[in-house]
Ligand binder design. Structure first.
Ligand code: ADP
Length: 380
């Protein structure tokens, strides 16, 4: 497997570039705009929407295997290509239960994994009776195409809920309602599964979200060995039951009484694993390509004591490349700055990230580093 077709050309595909060179494979990217980050590292590009299956047929003709940096594809149309012999890794059957958040929750529950209470919002039903069980606040989520908090709403009263649902009648979207989990912290774990079924798991990390968007990741999370074992067991169960091939991200809630619930799972490389580029022997991006090419998996262990990853999110609409801020960030000892080369900045857009490697475990120092990075990025 030398030519890897990647559906999606954002930063997740861009970060596969170095790994592709190392493994001596070519990336051919399907993405809608020539300005998308991964076009710069791709051997070849098919310029088309992610869900354009005709374009994926063209991609397939140029590739030995097709994988995903973005799962919002047209599975039904792709399954015709699979029937004609196109090789998808992960296989399409592993994506099918995950693309709709309601179906995903059902899949997790049916596997016996711990999830928040949830139900689908159906037409004309008596919502009041169902939400009486959950109480407020509750969480309303679009069932499809949600990412980075888009489509996730924390709702504090019935009037707001009704308003959101009524607004929606003009532009119908399917929704899911779930219990608000007053989590103590959020955790995540990245795992990878090879063609032969081998599974490797990265250290469990703590993730910190603001307005539902990931701001920081601390690896490893300061949790008990039992909690680590629970998160790892969830990863094994999921990857094996889906017969997944490739890297997989699992977002978790740690509740105030120490229990772990699964929030969301992503069938691809994930923001919570970006620290692995600088902090692990094998990054999540190399690991994904290894799995997809049928190579043995690499070592996911941390090569330092602690790694702190901070996302550089857009805070204005601009075309700046923020050279001076990037230089200041790069001057922080043990800092690695990754800049995705996006031509436009918009509030909340993921423009890059910084990872700092630390030789000791010191929460005060970790907070100080986060503060330094965010002061340079947002306030200098
Ligand atoms: P997305 O797919 O947009 O990332 P998520 O379902 O992961 O959406 O939600 C984004 C963030 O919203 C989570 O990381 C968490 O901070 C918050 N959130 C989501 N669901 C819940 C919930 N049931 N209870 C409390 N907070 C939640």
């Amino acid at each position: 497997m030398k030519r890897i077709g990647v559906i999606g050309g954002g930063q997740l595909a861009w970060m596969m570039g170095d790994a592709a060179n190392k493994l001596e494979v070519e990336l051919i990217v399907q993405t809608p705009s020539i300005q998308d980050p991964a076009v710069a590292i791709a051997h070849d590009t098919v310029l088309a929407a992610i869900d354009d299956a005709d374009a994926t047929k063209v991609l397939a003709a140029k590739s030995d295997v097709i994988t995903f940096e973005n799962e919002f594809v047209d599975l039904e149309a792709l399954s015709l290509l699979a029937k004609q012999g196109v090789c998808f890794r992960p296989r399409l059957e592993a994506l099918a239960p995950l693309l709709d958040k309601y179906h995903q929750r059902c899949y997790l529950r049916d596997l016996g994994l711990p999830v928040p209470q949830f139900f689908a919002v159906e037409q004309q039903e008596d919502l009041a009776a169902k939400i009486a069980d959950l109480g407020f606040p509750l969480v309303l989520k679009s069932r499809r195409h949600g990412y980075d908090g888009q489509g996730t709403f924390i709702i504090r009263d019935l009037a707001t809920l009704q308003e959101k649902l009524e607004l929606n009648q003009k532009n119908p979207t399917l929704f899911l309602i779930e219990e608000f989990v007053p989590f103590e912290r959020e955790l995540a774990v990245i795992a990878a599964r090879a063609v032969d079924g081998e599974v490797v798991i990265y250290p469990v990390v703590e993730t910190q979200q603001e307005q539902q968007v990931c701001r920081r990741v601390i690896a490893p999370a300061d949790i008990t060995p039992e909690q680590v074992a629970t998160a790892e067991a969830i990863a094994y169960k999921l990857l094996n039951s889906l017969q997944f091939v490739g890297v997989f991200g699992i977002e978790l809630f740690l509740t105030t009484d120490g229990k772990i619930l699964v929030n969301e799972i992503a069938p691809r490389t994930h923001n919570s694993g970006h620290f692995s580029l600088d902090a692990c022997a094998t990054s999540q991006f190399e690991q994904h390509l290894r799995a997809v090419c049928g190579k043995p998996l690499g070592n996911p262990a941390l090569q330092c004591t602690t790694a702190v990853m901070v996302n550089l999110l857009g805070y204005e609409t601009s075309v700046s490349d923020y050279q001076s801020k990037r230089q200041q960030l790069a001057a922080i000892p043990q800092a690695h700055v990754h800049w995705y080369g996006k031509t436009e900045s918009r509030p909340g857009r993921k423009l890059g990230h910084v990872t700092v490697l630390l030789e000791n475990h010191n929460p005060a120092m970790t907070s100080e580093i986060v503060h330094t990075i965010e002061s340079i990025w947002y306030f200098s």
